[in-house]
Design a protein around this ligand. Sequence first.
Ligand code: UDX
Length: 471
Amino acid sequence: MENGEMEPHVLIFPFPAQGHVNSMLKLAELLTLSGLRITFLNILRIHQKLTLHTDIQSRFSRFPNFQFQTITDGLDNRLIDKFSDLIDSLKSITMPLLKQMLLSGEFGPTPTCIILDGLFNFIVDVDAHPNIPVFSFRTISACSFSAYSFVPKLIEDGQLPIKGEEDMDRIISGMGGMENVLRCRDLPSFCRLEDPFDPGLQHGVTQTIQSFKSRALIFNTFNDLEGPILSSLRSRCSNIYAIGPLHAHLKTRLSGEISPASSVSSNGLWEVDRSCLAWLDDHPPKSVIYVSFGSVVVIGDDQFREFWHGLVNSGKRFLWVMRPNSLAGKDGVPADLKEKTNERGYIVDWAPQEEVLAHKAIGAFLTHSGWNSTLESIVAGVPMICWPQFADQQTNSRYVSDVWKIGLDMKDVCNRETVTKMVNDVMENRKNELMGSVIEMAESAITSVEEGGSSYCDLERMINDIRLLCK
Ligand code: UDX
């Protein structure tokens, strides 16, 4: 380093939720491997769970230029009912504390760049640190980010909010880069709120508008998947890096090659039950459907039973992730369904998802269309049945089914007949067609993160730009 130059030091701060911490830790590991100094700032209670259930301390201890730091979310382990309580606390307690920590040099050498989770953008003014440029990392797809960004215009045009009596299949117009793709039902879930001043809708909009104000936008996606949307977004934001799929990108940089079955370390907040891999070993290729609704979705007893009967009636075997407390009011599978479940399926609290999807026995993924799960399914070449629940998931599932044609969308429907039909369609009737397109997309994903690929080059450009900030 030349005289007077600062050492590049990136502070990475994810929103305290599984899907966010998972992908931002992968980003952190990629940047650490490139030789940058990294501080990974985590909400204390999340860090405690991570260290309890994973080997991250020892995984990262091999990097002398990497440190974990923690900060409170201000809730003192209080259970909260509403998402807005967490937001209020992060806004009033965590963010002022972060500023204080930056000023008092608690992170060692002052960070030269902050990579802030885009979800924080609505609680922190991105200009709040005039001397430290802020890059905004979005854990959602470019298509759902783009949909979020059009919400103010759609309100102005009178197309939003969606009213009670609305035809949910009405095609939405006036969305550059995604013309005639989305119907009302495919817009982010907060658009279903009838009041344009509802805080939920306002949050969704503000976080996106703020993202455009940051120095750069980082997406966990790749050009062959979301090229037209990225181009359209690039005309509205001068600097966008598309560096995903991050889990595949990390694997190539760690090993020099991607082997679908190579084991991956967990960044999970729950203890991984690896026994399901041995269960899968006993099943023929492409015969099992994997079911997981991610880290936040909670389903009701009625919905559980519709899925359960739909799966059992399809005649296929299933591996189902049922997080503790993810079945409302119930502790695990209802007693009357236990015996049949043991015959036809296998249930775990938390699975090694990337490894499960790469297992030869898996033929399809019934998913809530969270963005990490979608990317993991694409890279593993597994077609999806989408049952989106909130936020970005509604838009992701539309793209999976109607644009990329790598799955089917059962949004807003939850009955056993549909589940059975979709399972049979994905695993038999339309298997070749869906498999063909998802495998093609998997190959593009892998090419994008290999040397010379679009995501590889964007990551190199980003690392270089971060270094240049110190000159
Ligand atoms: C939500 C959003 O829907 C998502 O789009 C956004 O990016 C983050 O917030 P979440 O419900 O957590 O995400 O879903 P998803 O993005 O799919 O992330 C879940 C992660 O947990 C995946 O990386 C998945 O591999 C992992 N997982 C899930 C496991 O490791 N084991 C499991 O059993 C289930």
